[in-house]
Design a protein around this ligand. Sequence first.
Ligand code: BJW
Length: 249
Amino acid sequence: MNLFDIDPGLIEALRAADSVAVLTGAGISAESKIPTFREAMTGLWAKYDPTELATPQAFARDPKLVWDWYQWRRDLVADAEPNPGHRALAQMEKLFDEFLLITQNVDSLHQRAGSTKLVELHGNIARTKCSQDGRVVASWPETDQTPPPCPHCGALLRPDVVWFGESLPGHALTGAMKAASNCDVFFSVGTSAVVEPAASLIYYAMNNRAVTVEVNPNPTAQANMVTYALAGPSGEVLPQLLAALEAAR
Ligand code: BJW
């Protein structure tokens, strides 16, 4: 994909925009070598289905298995670096009066790329909380138990992420719905757009007649509804879009 593939109408819409909202999913971190959520896992984890591990039921059944899976993923994230897609979004937040990056990712790569105007819908893999009362725990005594017990109440610790069937953090979801409802341009980047309520944010934007843009090498079910579907990797598309926008300003 090169600059000429970006429709001038999209650049014009961005030039005129006061308010931009961007929803991101696992695909934006694919070029940082973090496997997307639904792609087959590797090694020891190849035989597990991630949609079954990311549940309170799996944790209740086999807390060690779920804890170890998150530890494997924490190690992948710790070794990863933000890619040009993350960095382009960090630049974009400076170009608009109102901007919100709404991420489903738990990997902190947006923050490490410099994004500051963001909400995390599904928590953060680096944080740990008590499975009983939800209190975030920064450290705990060395133990041979996996998962370790909460230092305050002795219940099992768990990652501070949102599993299927659990509620999203209220402040993050409210902010995301408000930004999607009020934006002039809405981007959906690197998400399969199947997990609710994130997948429905685009409809809030459409109801406000926003220009909608999908960035995904594999067009989703929403691709034929959006104003512009950019079928390429976000690490290439977003920097080109940013360059075209900066050249036009
Ligand atoms: C690239 C690329 C490149 C590759 N560049 N792109 C309404 C209807 C039906 C069901 C529900 C509903 N409302 C709620 C539900 C239930 C459920 C749900 O949505 N189920 C669906 C599966 C149907 N939702 C929930 O339970 C949510 N809670 C909730 O709504 O509470 C109230 C409630 C509960 C129950 C019933 C009703 C109401 C909570 C959802 C929590 C999701 N949590 C996870 C795990 C987080 C922790 C962790 O990481 O382990 O979040 S699941 C997983 O999916 C993770 C992701 O954030 C999320 C989205 O996945 P994402 O990011 O889209 O990744 P992929 O892998 O699916 O897609 C990657 C994409 O990238 C692909 O399209 C590639 O093509 C693309 N790509 N390379 C750009 N280089």
